[in-house]
Design a protein around this ligand. Structure first.
Ligand code: DX5
Ligand code: ZN
Length: 224
């Protein structure tokens, strides 16, 4: 759908040309840059940190959506805020004090969110709804791009949508619902139908064989 917000994950971009890559996705209509931070501790992979965030910041206007797959979490929050992050999400089981970490993120002027692995219960959000600006639902296990979408996520996504809608219907602040992992041309319609506001797409955007339209073409197709 045209209203679907797209957050290409630069995990699948060409790291040797990151500045160009983020400019290209912005020009092609991306709504966010999704920035995957892995620490070889919380997840068995190692990626990029605040210095890379700072390096790409001047290349785009769109918000940088930092997905922290790290443990512990708190020390990186001020570093990413200073590096120009706009949104910071973390996995609740990786933080000793979830409420405090959410407040810390907001106190640095960023949107704050929790990330739920496929097996992480949504109950983690119960007592912090008022401190959430976004919820990121993983539809693969975190750590790698290019994995297959886990179908059980669709029901969980509907459940997350219900919880968020119930919250806003009773006067709560808006909370974006974002889905991450295995989002492709052949499942994005279902994912949006089930309630996603924002879709992350890594390999579907950066790894797609160029069908002629480049990133414009790929993102246009994802929005159909
Ligand atoms: C996985 C990352 C995702 C990943 C998505 O741990 O959080 O953002 O880059 O890649 P695709 O879209 O290829 O599944
Ligand atoms: Zn991610």
């Amino acid at each position: 759908p045209a209203s679907t917000k797209l957050a290409p994950s630069i995990l699948s971009a060409d790291f040797a040309r990151l500045g160009e890559e983020v400019r290209a996705i912005e020009a092609a209509g991306a709504d966010f840059v999704h920035f995957d931070v892995m620490d070889n501790h919380y997840v068995p992979n190692l990626t990029i940190g605040p210095q890379v965030c700072e390096a790409i910041r001047p290349h785009v206007q769109i918000p940088i959506d930092v997905h922290l797959m790290v443990e512990p979490v708190d020390a990186l929050v001020p570093l990413f805020a200073k590096a120009g992050a706009n949104c910071i999400t973390f996995h609740p089981e990786a933080s000793r004090h979830v409420d405090r970490t959410l407040q810390l993120i907001r106190s640095h002027g960023c949107k704050a969110g929790l990330v739920f692995n496929p097996a992480t219960p949504l109950a983690w959000m119960d007592h912090v709804m008022d401190k959430l600006d976004m919820v990121l639902l993983m539809s693969v296990n975190p750590g790698f791009g290019g994995q297959a979408f886990i179908p059980a996520t669709l029901n969980k996504l509907r459940e997350a949508r219900r919880r968020i809608d119930a919250h806003t219907a009773t006067g709560g602040q808006p909370i974006w619902l974002e889905v991450d992992g295995g989002v492709k041309l052949d499942n994005i319609a279902q994912i949006v139908q089930a309630g996603a506001d924002i879709c992350v797409a890594g390999s579907a955007v950066f790894g797609a064989p160029d069908a002629g339209g480049g990133y414009h073409g790929v993102m246009g197709a994802l929005r159909q």
